[in-house]
Design a protein around this ligand. Sequence first.
Ligand code: ATP
Length: 627
Amino acid sequence: MQEKGTISIHTENIFPIIKKFLYSDNEIFLRELVANAVDATQKIKRLSSLGEYKGDLGELKVSVSFDEKKKTITISDNGLGMTGEEIKKYINQIAFSGATEFVEKFKDAKDANEIIGKFGLGFYSAFMVADQVEIQSLSYKEGSEPARWICDGSTEFEISAGNRTERGTDIILHVNKESKEFLDKGKLQGILDKYCKFLPVPVQFGNKSTSEPDGEDADGKPKYKSVEVPNIINNTSPIWTKSPTELKDEDYLSFYQELYPFSEAPLFWIHLNVDYPFNLTGVLYFPKLKNDFEMQRNKIKLFSRQVFITDEVKDVVPEFLMLLHGIIDSPDIPLNVSRSFLQADSSVKKINTYITKKVADKLASLFKADRKAYEEKWSDIGLFVKYGMISEEKFYDKGKDFVLMGNTAKEYFTVDEYKEKVKANQTDKDGNLVLLYATDAAKQDSFIQSANKKGYDVLLMDSPIDTHFISQMEQKLEKVNLKRVDAASADKIISKDENIVAVLNDEEKEKVKGIFEKAIVKPGMKVEVDSLNPDELPVIVTMDEFMRRMKDMAAMGGGMNFYGNLPDSYNVTINGNHKLVGKILQTSDEAEQTQLAKQAFDLALLSQGMLTGAELTEFVNRSVSLI
Ligand SMILES: Nc1ncnc2c1ncn2[C@@H]1O[C@H](COP(=O)(O)OP(=O)(O)OP(=O)(O)O)[C@@H](O)[C@H]1O
């Protein structure tokens, strides 16, 4: 058999297009060809199990090799093979028209590179790196002759008798000049590791040496010798292909290490396994979260039948689940479509919903099964749960039962438990429940202590997500306000109908106000005199809750620029009932009066870490002279 021909063509030459616009992702040629080789071995296995192939299957295997001198890369398999007629049918017609359609569809798309890079165009992606592609194949069919096909990247091909003596196929790429980087062991190993690490059939890439016991030496000590063994690059049965009942914790943990070498152990994991209404398997791990979200995103790998596709799963898993690690394998995710289509796709939506539900169920069951262990893990999972509740309505509904709020005494409560706990003492005169929180237990210590003295509880909300979480709680929970503990003095922070008797009369109050206004030279300080508990501090500096939140949002890039640009402004509350204020009022020497007022004000700043630089030096000097 010797035949030349032209691949039937209804478009301009696709090869220059393939070469040009696939350039950035051209490494996927290897994934495509190895995946085809694996398919071929799976097919012969199936034919054998159906009784349609009676010969010996042998050890099914794919191997990848390269020859630097001849400038070739060869992908071989002992799969079902192809006859000359089949090559014409599958490669010249079906694969070619598939590739043409693919190229036609995406050649004008903006993100064509991204789409094709991820999803491949099959056999013809070989021409991204090769001037010439050769097929040597022998079909499993009885009486078949070996066939050879060769094509130089034009639409011309040649088919003739081949030289394979055993069932299977070799795809030989004659690597082009621009792609000689691929004729490198490290490069090819890297690509195989990335895409082929979990393929279901052993993939051999050359040999490697290991040491084997080799008897004993003269002193009776064990001897070893170095032997060459096949370098199998993949784990053919990764844990997500097994049933959870077959697996132990160690299996999940060691698989995690296989995916992310040298990582800290994950907290727990979820084994995903559905086959209706879509097919999906996988294992998702909860990592120990650090405060830096960005670092940890994009750690979920997407596979399709054990072939790695991408680690950009943005459209497939809900935003907040991007913090999870692990893998998802689904042949049902329609991969060869554009991104906007993917988002609207109904099976993608279902997958999204399924994963969200599984994650919520897992958290709920951990919470129920062992509350103490759950609380111990809270510092790691809290961030994740809150992020989920903020970003996903469906997750909020479930999460509200297992989200925990920790207070400054390190006790944890569910939302309902906490409301119940503080209801009696922290309901204001309008019937609103006021929840107090601190964002920095050390800096806000004096306020926390004053609040505790009044019997108020203070939550600790010190992670970056908490600002958003607080707003969300207020939106969702009826008649609940959250206030940072330093938003006002403890006496005023929850407005109640109690009247504290004022020690000073109005005239005295005005006088005190004047003294302090003169003493305080710092800009943005609004002075007022109030009647607080005598054992509250003499001077308290606070920032209005609303103003502070807006500024926090602006600082986090939340679009509140107007507030971000306003100068800081604080309320300085002078406690008219404090002994020191009485003393200042009675001091006749004006300089001494100012000194005392300054000292009291600086103490208030100091207690919140707001006294720095020259002001701090002046305070220290003044304190020394006062002693
Ligand atoms: N190593 C091989 N052994 C046997 N047949 C092969 C081999 N490689 C390719 N083929 C045949 O060529 C056809 C076309 O391959 P190609 O990779 O272009 O498309 P596909 O594998 O069918 O689909 P896709 O790669 O888009 O998932 C295959 O369906 C298969 O019949």
